[in-house]
Write a protein that binds this ligand. Structure first.
Ligand SMILES: [Zn+2]
Length: 102
């Protein structure tokens, strides 16, 4: 399970040029890639996905202070082991806690 880089949902199943995308966003990113290539411009799927995320979704930050250092290291090691970012690990854990994914 991965977090879609373009919408933040835990439904990413498609890796397109280093961007993890859900099926809906994959269509949008591939359309933008095609357009950029036709214009002879450089293509970076992850940048396109992040741009779509910022354009189409209201974003917010959560800061968590006073995390025990050992627990923080456990989180960082888990993220590294799974090949995901700490942000993704937190989002997946929160989606699971809310019962929105298995
Ligand atoms: Zn998506």
């Amino acid at each position: 399970m991965r977090i879609c880089d373009a919408c933040g949902n835990p439904k990413a199943s498609n890796e397109t040029n280093k961007a993890m995308l859900c099926p809906d966003c994959a269509v949008d990113v591939k359309t933008e890639i095609k357009k950029l290539r036709q214009e002879g411009k450089p293509v970076n799927a992850l940048h396109i996905a992040k741009k779509l995320l910022k354009e189409n979704h209201r974003l917010s930050d959560i800061r968590i202070r006073d995390i025990p250092e050992d627990f923080k290291k456990t989180l960082q090691h888990r993220a590294t082991d799974e090949g995901i970012s700490l942000r993704e690990l937190h989002l997946i854990a929160l989606y699971q806690y809310l019962g929105q994914i298995d």
